[in-house]
Write a protein that binds this ligand. Structure first.
Ligand code: THU
Length: 165
């Protein structure tokens, strides 16, 4: 039988470092800002304190942290808190790099975590809106660090605002 189906493949490259010590000074500083931002998290329900720190193209550094609520779905992730702050404080200014870290009060925080699906969607649209990829640095309080060139790589076949035009 004639095969008309085409197999498609999605892949992307990212960097893996053994620890924060292997990063350049700028990236190290940003990941440390994200680690510190975990202290501003309000996470009494999950005990999972997330911090994000971003360097904007105007050189400013801003942070965000997860803010939970007794009505659980009301809680918002550190990444989206940061995106909202960024667009409010500095409209039209793109984010160059965002670092995300966490402190799990019930377990080790020794490996990178990756943004949740909802945050991937928000990151993807922020990139499109500002016409610049957001570089991600993902790492815990210790251990390996991942660096990803563009947040959109984490959301293949994304639904985008282009569909609504
Ligand atoms: N959370 C974030 O803030 N960012 C992530 O990348 C993963 C999850 C938050 C949501 C919730 O407050 C807690 O972590 C546990 O899921």
């Amino acid at each position: 039988m004639l095969k008309i189906m085409k197999e498609q493949k999605f892949e992307f490259l990212f960097e893996e470092y053994n620890s924060i010590d292997e990063l350049n000074e700028h990236d190290k500083q940003l990941l440390n800002e994200a680690r510190s931002a975990t202290q501003q998290a309000y996470a009494p329900y999950s005990n999972f304190h997330v911090g994000a720190a971003a360097k904007l193209i105007n050189g400013k550094i801003i942070t965000g942290s997860n803010q939970e609520n007794a009505s659980f779905p009301v809680g918002i992730c550190a990444e989206r808190v940061l995106l909202g702050s960024s667009a409010s404080l500095y409209p039209e200014v793109a984010i160059e790099t965002m670092a995300v870290s966490y402190q799990n009060k019930n377990a080790k925080s020794d490996h990178p975590i990756s943004p949740c699906g909802m945050c991937r969607q928000a990151l993807q649209e922020f990139e499109g809106r500002m016409k610049k990829p957001i570089r991600l640095i993902l790492g815990g309080m210790e251990g390996k660090v991942f660096v990803i060139d563009s947040a959109s790589s984490l959301l293949p076949l994304a639904f985008t605002n282009e569909e609504l035009e």
